[in-house]
Design a protein. Structure first.
Length: 167
C-alpha cells in the first residue's frame, strides 16, 4: 500500500525552512549544519541540530534531538501522526530512530551519497521487513540545504589551506 503525503507543498516548504533555521544554529557553533524538526498536527513539537563536535557523542544528530524532544512533548515514545523534516538525508542510526518511534512521514532536503538511508544507499524507512514504514520524500529545498553543507565544508578547506600556507 503506497502512502501519500498529508501535507501541502506550502507546508513542506515552511517546515523545511524551520529545519534550515536549526541547521544554521549548528553552523553558528562550527558544527556541520544539519537541522531537523518534528511536526504534529501542524505544530512543531521537536527541534534539533547537529552537536557531535561539542558533545563528542556520535549520536548527537539533529534528528535524534528532535525525536527526543517530540517524545517528551507527547509523553510517548510513539510519534504516530508526526512528520520529520531534516536538511540532509538520514543516516542508518537516525532512520532506525524514526522507525522505532513510528514517525509517519519523513521529508529531507539534500541527498547523502555517502550515508543516506532514505533512498540513496538503501531505504530503511520503507523496508517491508520492518514492522513500521514511513512515507519518504526527498529533495525539499534541496539546493538550499545542499549549499549549507557545501559552503560549510568549503570554508573549512579554505581555513586549512590558509593555515598550512602560514606555517
Amino acid at each position: 500500500m503506497e502512502r501519500e503525503s498529508q501535507l501541502t507543498e506550502e507546508e513542506k516548504l515552511f517546515f523545511m525552512q524551520a529545519a534550515i533555521a536549526e541547521a544554521k544554529k549548528a553552523e553558528a557553533l562550527a558544527e556541520v549544519p544539519i537541522g531537523a524538526v518534528i511536526v504534529y498536527h501542524g505544530e512543531i513539537i521537536g527541534r534539533g541540530h547537529n552537536l557531535r563536535e561539542h558533545s563528542q557523542d556520535a549520536t548527537s544528530h539533529a534528528e535524534m534531538f528532535a525525536i527526543r524532544e517530540a517524545c517528551q512533548h507527547l509523553d510517548s515514545w510513539r510519534l504516530e501522526e508526526c512528520q520529520l523534516f531534516v536538511t540532509l538525508e538520514p543516516c542508518p542510526m537516525c532512520s532506525g530512530g524514526m522507525i522505532l518511534s513510528r514517525v509517519e512521514e519523513v521529508y529531507f532536503g539534500a541527498y547523502d551519497p555517502k550515508g543516506g538511508t532514505a533512498g540513496t544507499l538503501m531505504n530503511l524507512l520503507t523496508d517491508e521487513r520492518f514492522n513500521h514504514r514511513a512515507y519518504v520524500e526527498g529533495g525539499i529545498l534541496e539546493e538550499e540545504c545542499g549549499m549549507l553543507l557545501t559552503n560549510f565544508f568549503r570554508a573549512i578547506r579554505a581555513r586549512k589551506k590558509k593555515t598550512s600556507q602560514n606555517e
